[in-house]
Design a protein around this ligand. Structure first.
Ligand code: HEC
Length: 251
């Protein structure tokens, strides 16, 4: 995905300014439809029923996180699974410009537009992957595939051969994190001078957290099992989902 985006930048470099303008125009339209409709945010990020979004100094990562996950306990819904990847990137970039960022990163825009045609069992699997009635038990809670879902885990690179293999999946990147004596299974997103950003897998959906430098102790291995995350589906359903993944995941 990254390599593709880099190539697109390389070959499309001459028209980048033009592209950004197009992306922002799309973002403005998505904003009008999804964010400033009804009693929510005002046009162009002014205050509406919901808070003002323009000129608040929000950076793009912050905006992206809030749009993905929503704000629990408020009317701000999570959009990570309801907008297409392109609409998501466009609206986040648009809100970033309202906050003074004239060159938001839109390199992810359009990376998922050339979706293959999916039929039969794979199509059933695609629907199951995102199915809302599974609640946080659906695969899209933690995986982004074909532009849909929240990328808690790294992009799926290898598709297990069977439902049994999917259940027995090892989780080599999940570590045990300890903060203030509290221990939890974590997936680290970044570690640096600023501290550690990670997903706490205790909760459903996993919660993104950050901890100051040196305040989280990490140990390899954890008691977290992928099988505990996929109990919302029976074997036949998992089989259909795997057919979907085989159809869309590029080796
Ligand atoms: C609660 C979060 C969560 C849910 C829900 C979830 N997964 Fe995962 N999944 C993970 C995590 C975390 C990993 C990565 C573990 C690691 O890298 O150590 C993973 C790894 C995988 C992998 C291995 C990817 C690779 O390239 O090696 C596959 C395949 C997968 N999940 C498929 C699914 C499917 C299909 C569903 C729905 C039936 C699902 N997952 C539901 C969290 C989840």
């Amino acid at each position: 995905m990254k390599a593709l985006a880099a190539m697109a930048l390389l070959f499309g470099g001459y028209s980048q300014a033009q592209n950004l303008a197009d992306v922002l125009r799309q973002g403005e339209q998505v904003f009008a439809k999804s964010c400033s409709a009804g009693y929510c945010h005002g046009v162009r990020g002014n205050a509406g029923g919901a808070p003002r979004l323009a000129g608040r100094g929000f950076d793009q990562t912050y905006i992206s996180n809030v749009v993905t996950r929503g704000v629990p306990g408020t009317g701000m819904a999570p959009f990570g699974t309801t907008l297409t990847r392109s609409d998501f990137v466009a609206v986040v970039a648009y809100v970033a410009t309202l906050n003074g960022n004239s060159a938001p990163d839109v390199s992810d825009f359009g990376t998922a537009t050339a979706a293959p045609t999916i039929t039969g069992e794979a199509a059933r699997g695609a629907a199951l992957f995102k199915e809302a009635v599974r609640g946080f038990g659906r695969c899209a809670t933690c995986h982004e595939v074909g532009g849909f879902g929240i990328p808690v885990a790294a992009p799926i690179a290898t598709v297990p051969s069977s439902a049994a293999a999917l259940k027995a999946l090892a989780a080599p990147n999940v570590k045990s994190g300890t903060i203030d004596g509290e221990s939890m299974p974590v997936l680290v997103l970044s570690e640096g001078k600023q501290g550690t950003v990670f997903y706490d897998l205790t909760a459903a959906p996993p919660v993104q957290r950050s901890a100051g430098p040196g305040s989280v102790r990490l140990a390899n291995g954890s008691t977290w099992r992928h099988s505990s995350a996929i109990g919302a589906y029976n074997d036949a359903e998992l089989g259909a989902i795997l057919a979907y993944l085989r159809a869309v995941v590029k080796p």
